[in-house]
Design a protein around this ligand. Structure first.
Ligand SMILES: *Cc1c(COP(=O)(O)O)cnc(C)c1O
Length: 421
């Protein structure tokens, strides 16, 4: 599974549907998700006993429902995401738990909700064990362990190690066992998630950390979750992580535990980006083409209010032009791509630290469309109303049909809840 990725800078269709038609029908900016790509990525992981979708990557109800229909479980990191999982058709209880609440804290609202709906909790702090135990003794819980190391494509996506707020520090497991016993809670599973965009070497350390933690807890453990963090190829020529090799490492750890405990141990994986990123496209319209000294800017109607990854992490997204006149025989040139916001950081072609970068793209004029690719994960979900821009529309392509799954926010919806004194 080491197919090398290729990206073209001209694009006329997405999953067989004309980009110009999509823009005419739904307007811009619009996120488009290709269901078939999500399902292909889900199928890549079928060796694992359970795939639990980390919905925070792309939590549109239609996407959560899609993965549910195809056998994935779901992870929720807030009360809102628990509500979304239920609204998308998940049942609150079951074996394995269809919905898991994973966090380092309970808000008052999320604690009430998991108690009331009997949602399984994956505890990332000892306080969570105490707070849940006081309200709902007798339950099974899992622990999210911080193994003492992490990895991420950016400091902001690294979720392990001493600088990370996530998970229960690995030397506090004995303390957790004591707290759980005091509340009659059973530690039924362990979970490690060390960061996003991780490589195989770091992923493989996850298995070792889980095994060690599970041996400390003992045979009450019936499941381990290796978390998410699977990278996807964002750049030309990047290869896919070797999933077979990763599975083999996880499976070996799981089998040793099963042997030790004398009962089966299930193996879960919890991808967000891996399922959603490549399926998503942000379609924007070029609204101005302007030159500032030697820099040529394509300014589009989408900004970091729609896709924040470049300004947050200096993230790179492939981009392509969908020509309004259908002519794909255009010269390429180096351009800077920016959005409409009154904020100098509103640039899609930037590196970490905010340095403006150039991108080789076809010549384009006002009215041509710009497609920002690999935008399905951490795209729409990080959208905001900054500059009073409405939340973008979202469209799901399934079986050759384009379905509007979130209509563009209206001005009245944006100011709902506000009032003048
Ligand atoms: C964000 C998150 C994930 C998914 O991370 P990806 O890098 O998108 O795969 C999985 N598990 C937990 C607990 C998370 O917070």
């Amino acid at each position: 599974m080491s197919d090398t990725s290729t990206f073209n800078t001209m694009r006329t269709e997405i999953a067989g549907i004309d980009v110009l038609d999509l823009a005419r029908r739904f307007g811009t900016p619009t996120f488009v998700y290709d269901a078939a790509t999500i399902l292909r990525r889900l199928a890549d992981l079928k060796a694992f006993d359970h795939v639990r979708y980390a919905q925070k990557a792309c939590s549109n109800l239609a996407v959560v429902d899609l993965v549910r229909r195809h056998g994935a479980l779901v992870d929720s990191v807030s009360a809102g995401e628990v509500h979304r999982a239920l609204a998308a058709g998940y049942t609150p209880e079951g074996t394995p738990p269809p919905v898991v609440y994973t966090a380092d804290v309970f808000t008052r609202e999320s604690l009430d909700l998991v108690v009331e709906k009997n949602i399984h909790v994956n505890c990332g702090s000892i306080d969570m064990i105490d707070q849940l135990g006081a309200r709902a003794p007798g339950r099974q819980i899992t622990l999210r362990i911080n193994p003492g190391f992490g990895h991420g494509h950016s400091q902001k996506t690294n979720t392990g190690g001493a600088q990370s707020k996530h998970g229960i520090w690995h030397d506090q497991i004995d303390q957790c066992i004591g707290r759980a016993e005091a509340h009659d809670l059973t530690i039924a599973g362990l979970h490690v998630h060390i960061g996003s965009g991780t490589d195989l070497e770091h992923l493989s350390q996850v298995c070792g950390a889980l095994e060690k933690a599970a041996l400390t807890v003992g045979p009450s453990v019936t499941s381990i979750s290796v978390g998410g963090g699977l990278p996807i190829p964002y750049r030309q020529g990047e290869t896919r992580v070797d999933l077979d090799a990763y599975y083999a490492l996880c499976d070996a750890a799981r089998k040793r535990l099963a042997q030790q405990f004398g009962h089966p141990v299930t193996l879960e994986i919890e991808p967000g980006r891996y399922l959603a990123a490549e399926a998503g496209y942000l379609i924007a319209e070029i609204r101005a083409v302007k030159r500032q000294a030697d820099n040529l800017f394509y300014l589009v109607d989408a900004g970091f209010n729609n896709l924040a990854r470049p300004i947050l992490y200096g993230a790179y997204h492939p981009m392509s032009i969908a020509p309004a006149d259908g002519r794909t025989d255009r010269q390429e040139r180096d351009v800077v791509v920016g959005g409409p916001l009154c904020e100098s950081g509103d640039i899609f072609t930037q590196e970490e630290g905010g340095f403006v970068a150039h991108r080789r793209l076809p010549e384009a004029t006002v009215g041509d469309l710009l497609v920002i690719e690999c935008a399905g994960a951490y795209g729409a979900v990080m959208g905001s109303n900054y500059n009073s821009q409405p939340m973008a529309a979202e469209v799901l392509l399934e079986d050759g049909q384009a379905h509007l799954v979130r209509r563009r926010q209206t001005f009245n919806e944006m100011i709902q809840g506000e009032s003048i004194v």
